[in-house]
Write a protein that binds this ligand. Structure first.
Ligand SMILES: [Zn+2]
Ligand SMILES: [Zn+2]
Ligand SMILES: [Zn+2]
Length: 276
């Protein structure tokens, strides 16, 4: 989604094959015996004496006396007088064959299977575009403003941390601030366009840990149909990041445009802590 928004550049990295039996990633290519299926095959050369049609491996034509055809016992100057072809030799069943089968082998369970039976997955590497960098900076600026605002009020502030609910569940939050003297708590979330369910989530967490919630919208909008009740909740303060880079109590409610930009805000979690 971020790539579609030109915030991330996509680059093909590699294709990975996943074992159909045990799910291990990164199966390895192996050639295998066309007859018994064993991967214990070696590339070799097969020789043929045109005069008598005898075919065999190199060591069958070479003995102490030089190069001799084992069938018709004709002496030859060198192996070059024989026709030769690339071949494979299976050390398991001792068959010589022309073409080996293409197989994939699992490094973990050692399953050898046809490539078409393995799940293939294309891996991409993503990097931030200029637009993406700007967007991340904006999100981080907003978070930093929240942090500073809370610090100015002498609260102890942590970023990208977790809070623990009454039932012991650890829930990630963008900012957590504690007033140790008054035992007051604030959690804050920064989103480009906070969606209804993100606001609801923030409020649920806030109520679980008995905190006040700050919601920052860096676009100045919050998205949802019937969210008046949510955004006017006593527990919640919604702030917008102004073009001038300040936080102010103002926001606009827009209805869902259909596209789900919602998870985008959470991506800021990837860009790990600045000093808080
Ligand atoms: Zn074999
Ligand atoms: Zn011969
Ligand atoms: Zn496996």
């Amino acid at each position: 989604m971020l790539a579609e928004q030109d915030r991330l550049r996509t680059e093909f990295q590699e294709k990975q094959y996943i074992c159909p039996y045990c799910g291990t990633k990164g199966m390895q290519y192996t050639s295998a015996c066309a007859s018994c299926g064993s991967p214990e095959t070696v590339r070799t050369e097969q020789y043929r004496h045109a005069a008598c049609d005898h075919e065999g491996m190199q060591d069958q034509f070479v003995d102490d006396d030089g190069v001799v055809c084992p069938e018709c016992e004709m002496g030859l100057k060198s192996l070059e007088q024989l026709e030769s072809d690339a071949a494979n030799f299976c050390q398991n069943c001792e068959t010589i064959f022309e073409t080996a089968d293409h197989r994939l082998r699992c490094r973990d369970c050692h399953l050898v299977t046809q490539p078409t039976r393995a799940t293939e997955r294309i891996l991409h590497q993503y990097s931030l575009t200029d637009q993406g960098k700007k967007w991340v900076e904006e999100q981080l600026t907003a978070r930093q403003l929240v942090v500073e605002t809370l610090k100015d009020r002498t609260l102890r502030v942590e970023i990208d941390t977790t809070v623990t609910t009454g039932s012991g569940e650890e829930i990630p939050v963008h900012v957590h601030a504690l007033d140790e003297l008054l035992d007051d708590r604030i959690i804050a979330a920064v989103h480009e366009r906070p969606y209804e369910r993100e606001i609801a989530h923030l409020l649920t967490v806030a109520s679980e840990v008995d905190a006040h919630a700050i919601l920052v919208t860096t676009s100045g909008t919050v998205v949802g149909e019937d969210i008046d009740q949510l955004v006017t909740d006593d527990r919640l303060t919604t702030l917008e990041l102004t073009k001038g880079g300040a936080l102010q109590r103002n926001y606009e409610i827009v209805s869902d445009p259909g596209t789900q930009h919602s998870f985008v805000g959470r991506i800021t979690d990837i860009f790990k802590p600045q000093t808080g």
